[in-house]
Design a protein around this ligand. Structure first.
Ligand SMILES: C[S@@+](CC[C@H](N)C(=O)[O-])C[C@H]1O[C@@H](n2cnc3c(N)ncnc32)[C@H](O)[C@@H]1O
Length: 205
């Protein structure tokens, strides 16, 4: 979807993927000491705001200004700070090794940009830093066809395989890498069974 479609979705009153963090992110993030975390494609901020409530210093970004507005409202309600930039990842730059963690939750980037974006993310992470990742897998299409409410990108090229994750985050200490079928209950747009890739890895020191 393009920026206008995301803005239209986030202009709705309810939170598209809910106000609660993603279950996998919530399971893993508390296992690490809160420092700095980058949240690419943070949408309406459910995950970035959650990280901030744990004491992380959060930098989020997304294409959508409407997403940012909802994220800042959520941060305000939870009484936490969130630094949230609006822009395309192609135009957003950070210093190398700027972050202690990166949370990638349903961050499906355009096929032509996928490798480049993940290489950038790898460079933004400090040695010893962690990636927490969940997104739809290459096997998600039948689940989406059977139940459109589970959501997922219209173009399966932007979904992930475990091999891709190993290529994007090379020589990481893998704490978990698996493809599995999960039951999603996230807001209005991720409801039902879907196939996802989950990854938690630590960048080599
Ligand atoms: C499925 S939503 C997930 C939002 C959030 N991570 C969550 O789990 O609630 C995907 C998000 O990716 C963002 N996005 C897609 N392409 C992007 C790009 N090139 N640069 C920045 N954000 C992008 C969209 O605006 C959208 O908010």
């Amino acid at each position: 979807m393009n920026k206008e479609r995301w803005n239209a979705r986030y202009r709705e009153e309810s939170y598209a993927y809910g106000q609660e963090p993603n279950v996998f992110f919530k399971q893993w993030l508390p296992q690490f000491e809160p420092k700095t975390i980058l949240m690419p494609a943070d949408g309406e901020g459910r995950n970035g705001v959650y990280a901030a409530t744990l004491g992380w210093q959060v930098t989020s970004f997304d294409l959508s200004s409407e997403g940012r507005a909802k994220a800042l409202q959520l941060a305000n309600r939870k009484q936490v700070d969130l630094k949230y930039l609006v822009g395309d990842f192609a135009d957003i730059q950070f210093e190398a090794a700027a972050f202690d963690a990166i949370g990638l939750i349903y961050a499906h980037f355009p096929t032509a940009k996928k490798s480049e974006f993940h290489l950038k993310l790898h460079n933004y992470l400090k040695p010893g830093g962690v990636v927490i990742f969940e997104a739809f897998s290459k096997h998600h299409l039948p689940y989406q066809q059977a139940n459109p409410s589970v959501g997922g990108p219209p173009n399966m090229d932007v979904t992930f395989s475990m091999a891709e994750i190993e290529a994007y985050f090379p020589n990481y200490d893998t704490l978990l890498l698996q493809e599995e079928v999960v039951n999603l209950a996230e807001g209005k747009y991720h409801i039902g069974q879907g196939s996802v890739v989950r990854f938690v890895g630590r960048k080599s020191s």
